[in-house]
Design a protein around this ligand. Sequence first.
Ligand code: 2P0
Length: 326
Amino acid sequence: MSHQATAIAHSNIALIKYWGKRDEARMLPMNGSLSLTLDAFYTRTRVRFFPELGEDHVRLDGRALEGEAARKVSRFLDRVRALKGHEWRAEVDSYNQVPTGAGLASSASAFAALAGAASRAIGLELSPRELSILARKGSGSACRSIFAGFALWQAGTDDQSSYARPVPASNLDDLVMLVVVVNAGHKGLSSREGMRRTVATSPFYPAWVEHAERDLERMRIAVLEGDFTRIGTLAESSAMRMHATMLSAAPPFCYWEAGSLLAMNLVRQLRDEGHECYFTMDAGPNVKIIAREATLPRLRAALGEHFGEEALITARPGPGLRIEDA
Ligand code: 2P0
């Protein structure tokens, strides 16, 4: 019997952001979040377990991972091994269709794919909810990438109640996300460290948590009703409030660059001209514009003028996790 499997998971962008953990060891978030899984960015991961192997070997885009990045994968594999009661070590081969570490959620697709491939390879048959719980322990946002389209991660109160599920949507098939790659380089402060500092030091943080839970329910309803204006307004506000907690941390930090501000201003300008669109930003300088298919040509022209066509990536609602036995 071969102990191998391959999984493909797409990344997701949060419309209501996850920012801060209440329990880092158990990877429980302070607040729930809601995201859109995207077609354009994904990770394909093959895991092969070998009973005789002495240690895990992890490759990303063909190159051996070392140091903390490799240990993070091994610790995750330890969880999978513990679930099955095997000591087997693994060879992991992962390929990213995402600029790694540029705020385009590579850890979400990475750990969702790893959860799918490793669990199947070792002989576990997990439900989508169990896969979401497992993926969460690799990286919080990964629990949402198990699902296609819109997903809601309920914060929960313990390990088994903190997972994502699909959110029913109506009239949103023409939703698009235009990613403006302001800077594709590796970001400075990791999300994990940024969250830690924000929770510990920002006086705005309690207000963030309170509003995030309220906005989460509003967003769920807006998605259910297909209310694009409400979705965009809530998403933009969630992103701005999250970044306000970073600006108010000690020491303060900021992921924005000059190009980020330019893109945000262009979005506001286009909106004022009647081309409805909204922006969101994550733990990096890139700006993601939420729009509808009909507005896309105008947006691409306006943003392309400043950033160049090659800096624009059009993403659409994407599929959930797929696992193959080979
Ligand atoms: C999100 N981000 O909801 C938020 C918004 C970035 C900004 O989830 O520590 O890689 O592994 O749980 O999930 C990015 O952080 O952090 C993230 P960990 P993760 O998408």
